[in-house]
Design a protein around this ligand. Structure first.
Ligand code: RAM
Length: 891
């Protein structure tokens, strides 16, 4: 075994100037209509100078509308460049600022100023909403869903328009029009939040659409989450029995005055061409009912109904924290076949979330084209049983003309679509699948020489896409699609690596806190809605409610945002207090009751997903310790010293209780199972002298399980780390590369293109699991991708926001190479390695202003390197992967 003494660091051929990317504002992609009066600023420095570190910065804030002396901070010494406090006076509503920055490195003068970023606040004062929430006169309930309605109003706008903003929200989901043109590209606006206390509004720049004189505003409004089917008990009208819209157009004039118009009692509504629209059930578009020009000025709406002005509290309105849901691209059909029963089935080759876009030829008026959707085929036909009550059926009624159509207010989870009634021959050019999800910025990549492992990662990516649709959901296809907290709790680190989730999850965490019970209990899904009167009241649910601590901590760890800990502080502590109160005086959950536990353990009977190998009380004790540790550490970050002491003591007492109840003195688990060992090891609940033995016993347990997965939602993400951290990496690899069920790769061998809810959602004979809860797009079991990123690729945060990196790849002879990259808050980091016989080569890219601790797999001492590209080599002998050093303990 040998290692190169020092890495070889690449030297730039020609020194390019150091430049600063445009400043970003909080976690916004587009800082228009933001809700922060003192938004924090971040920037990334681009340079290939090895070892470059920011030594100082200067921020300039100016008012783009009143050029004058800008505010300049002057040179501020320090390396801060992530979420730097707003340096100017707090902003009021509708204020605009232009911001730029320049920085200093170790030597020389400042860089050039970054290109300016213009930010603009929304309505920070609820009293500035003068428009009213208006409800349409709803037509009678249709079968399987409600019709969408058109609302319109007109207003005069004086000349001298400088800029115009449209702000809107709805009880329901909507698209907006101004003077005949669509406004923005948002899908399912305003999304789903804890509506009673937090209704999101958005702001669009409509300067180019507004005109002097008469203007027409239009809203196309459907039920969405507010009034449509929601949950698994067939309920609708969960939030309200009527939809409504709030639209406000604000026009600024050159003379400094402002025209504000919008929804009021003068608006009118009617049933439009969308005669049925429901998230689960699908949508019907009757082309014959199209109303050309309905959102242009002067349209004759005399036959339309008057709207009703609804009482509405504008103080519940909030600006977005993250990006909206938008179309993300299209997937083309890969095959069109005829099923055994004679139906036309289109295969898109990828299980995805979105809807079909049709290029409909001229067919006879009144002809109905019907589209049914499914994730899998069973016996050659659409496998719709897993969708339960979600009909997932769209219909288009033709009007004799040729047109392109896509539903507006529904989403389906599907790989296959059955098309019935198509006029003429259906070809791959007749339709495409439009992928829809929250418009998150992509951050992470992973790829390796094993095609199955690479496909597994691709499947995780697709399951994330399909379930990050405004709310992080468990599944996107059946009558459920809820923001199950446990699913996100385990998946959040993976999500944060793949996409920039900080903004979206900041909003979701505000919903979590808003829906938290006064006693601190966290609902099992967020936003909470009472979708099933028969659901037994659940107590503090370990592993689910822990999203209250784990998710903010993950956002902090991955994005460097300590503000989220401050905002969630009350929620985090209240949750730990609630769980410890359920645990009781002895901290052992002795009063019993029900808990999800290690949900969907591979050994649990199909109809008893809670019946895991490890009793739920053990899982709950471990999670209580973990959450208390997180609150202790968060208290340290926030300077809450008394709380740091209190929750630290609690964490220690709970860990001691776990050892007493569930671990023998030598480290053996009382209920031997992969999850029992993994929880003890990964959450740091064992004494140092027990760890090594527990690691060995975990490896034995995995071997006894035939190198199959033997855990559920909560244990699964921890097992490989627990093995790798105790020198049993070779066992982690055997588990990871297993292809027999249950394993991560079994679904891949079955042709899966997303992560399944159950290890055996599809049985080896191609039939669908008989359980009533069988999704083919559930990210929870895909949480292992975080291990692929941190330990296979080898890139992990060693300090919040990746200010310090830990590079510790765990190679295996079955792979000749692996590569991972992540756009950190400081710039791009990457690790890629090759293994050729025993020759291991690693290339590491370290972003400016950061450092990396590199642990080579030969067990040599770690090497710390600064910004730049570094190459390492060493020799590894077969099986040496098993001896790799301990992983980042805080991940
Ligand atoms: C089901 C889903 C979901 C899980 C809950 C407990 O509805 O499997 O993912 O979180 O149960």
């Amino acid at each position: 075994m040998s290692t190169s003494a020092q890495p070889v660091t690449a030297q730039p051929v020609t020194a390019r100037p150091v430049t600063v990317r445009p400043v970003t504002v909080e976690h916004h992609r587009e800082p228009l209509g933001i809700g922060q009066e003192s938004p924090r600023l971040s920037w990334v420095v681009d340079t290939d100078v090895p070892g470059w570190v920011q030594r100082a910065h200067e921020i300039e804030v100016s008012d783009p509308d009143h050029p004058g002396e800008p505010l300049r901070t002057g040179r501020v010494d320090g390396c801060e460049q992530v979420l730097v406090p707003w340096p100017a006076a707090p902003l009021g509503s509708r204020e605009r600022r232009s911001v730029r920055v320049r920085v200093w490195g170790q030597e020389g003068g400042p860089t050039a100023w970054s290109a300016p970023t213009v930010l603009e606040t929304g309505l920070l004062d609820a009293g500035l909403w003068s428009s009213r929430m208006v409800a349409p006169a709803l037509p009678p309930t249709g079968e399987g869903g409600e019709p969408a309605v058109l609302l319109r109003g007109e207003a005069d706008v004086r000349g001298g328009v400088v800029r115009a903003r449209l702000r809107a929200t709805a009880h329901g989901v909507m698209t907006l029009h101004l003077n005949g043109a669509p406004v923005g590209e948002d899908v399912l606006h305003p999304g789903w939040t804890s509506y009673a206390t937090r209704l999101r509004y958005s702001t669009w720049d409509v300067t180019d659409l507004v005109r002097e004189g008469r203007n027409a505003l239009g809203a196309h409004l459907a039920d969405g989450w507010w009034r449509g089917h929601l949950g698994f008990a067939g309920l609708r009208d969960v939030y309200g029995a009527t939809t409504a819209a709030l639209v406000q157009l604000e026009v600024e004039h050159a003379d400094g005055t402002r025209t504000v118009v919008g929804t009021d009692a003068s608006w009118r509504s009617t049933l439009g061409p969308v005669t049925r629209a429901d998230l689960y059930m699908g949508e019907t578009f009757d082309a014959r009912r199209r109303l050309e020009g309905w959102s242009t000025p002067g349209f004759d709406d005399a036959g339309w109904d008057a709207v009703t002005v609804e009482p509405f509290d504008t103080s519940t309105l909030v600006a977005p924290d993250g990006p909206p849901v938008r179309r993300q691209g299209v997937v083309r059909a890969v095959a069109i076949t005829t099923s055994p029963s004679g139906r036309t089935i289109v295969d898109f080759g990828q299980n995805l979330v979105g809807r079909l876009r049709l290029h409909v030829p001229a067919g006879e008026p009144g002809r109905v084209v019907t589209l049914r959707h499914a994730e899998v085929l069973e016996h050659g036909e659409l496998g719709v049983r897993p969708l339960r009550a979600a009909r997932a059926t769209d219909e288009v009624v033709l009007d004799g003309r040729e047109f392109t159509w896509e539903p507006e207010f529904t989403l389906h989870g599907f790989r296959y679509a059955e098309v019935d009634g198509w006029p003429g021959g259906l070809t791959a050019d007749s339709l495409e699948a439009v992928v829809v999800h929250t418009d998150l910025r992509r951050l992470g990549e992973f790829e390796c020489s094993d095609p199955l492992l690479t496909r597994l990662h691709e499947n995780v990516l697709w399951s994330m896409r399909g379930n990050f649709v405004d709310v992080p959901t468990d599944c996107p296809q059946r009558d459920e699609r809820l923001g199950w907290t446990g699913d996100l709790q385990v998946f959040a680190p993976t999500a944060a690596y793949l996409y920039d989730t900080a903004g979206m999850l900041t909003g979701w965490l505000a919903d979590l806190a808003a829906d938290q019970h006064p006693d601190g209990n966290v609902p099992v899904y967020v936003p909470w809605a009472d979708v099933d009167p028969d659901l037994p009241p659940l107590g503090a649910e370990a592993g689910w409610g822990d999203a209250a601590t784990v998710v903010p901590w993950t956002v902090y760890e991955r994005s460097g945002d300590a503000g989220v800990l401050r905002r969630q502080w009350g929620s985090m502590t209240a949750w730990v207090d609630a769980l410890s109160s359920r645990a009781g005086h002895a901290l052992d959950f002795a009063s019993g009751g029900f808990s999800f536990g290690d949900w969907l353990d591979a050994a649990a009977p199909d109809d008893q997903p809670w019946a895991a190998r490890l009793p739920w009380q053990a899982v709950a004790t471990a999670y209580l310790a973990r959450s208390a540790q997180i609150v202790r550490d968060a208290a340290g970050v926030l300077g809450e010293t008394a709380a740091q002491q209190r929750y630290g003591d609690l964490a220690d007492r709970v860990a001691a209780r776990y050892r007493t109840e569930y671990v023998t003195p030598s480290g053996r688990a009382a209920f031997p199972s992969q999850t029992a060992y993994a929880l003890g090891l990964a959450f740091g609940l064992l004494r140092p002298d027990q760890r090594e033995r527990a690691g060995e016993l975990l490896a034995e347990q995995v071997a006894a399980d035939g190198y199959h997965v033997g855990s559920g939602f909560l244990g699964t993400p921890l097992v490989c780390d627990a093995l790798a951290d105790t020198g049993n990496g070779a066992t982690a690899w055997r588990l990871l590369l297993q292809t027999q069920c249950p394993s991560w790769l079994y679904p891949v061998t079955m042709g899966a293109t997303t992560i399944w809810e159950r290890w055996n959602s599809m049985l080896p004979d191609g039939s669908i699991n008989p359980g009533t809860m069988t999704s083919f797009n559930h990210y929870a079991l895909g949480a292992v991708a975080d291990f692929l990123h941190r330990r296979v690729g080898g890139l992990a945060p060693a300090a919040p926001g990746y200010r310090r990196l830990r590079v510790a790849p765990l190679p295996h002879p079955a792979l000749t190479r692996a590569r991972t990259a992540h756009e950190t808050p400081y710039g791009r980091a990457a690790a890629s390695w090759t293994l050729d016989g025993g020759e291991f080569t690693l290339e590491v890219t370290v972003p400016p202003s950061t450092e990396a601790d590199v642990h080579l797999p030969d067990g040599s001492d770690p090497v710390t390197v600064a910004a730049g590209v570094h190459r390492f080599t060493c020799t590894v002998t077969e099986g040496v992967a098993a001896e790799a050093p301990a992983a980042f303990a805080g991940a």
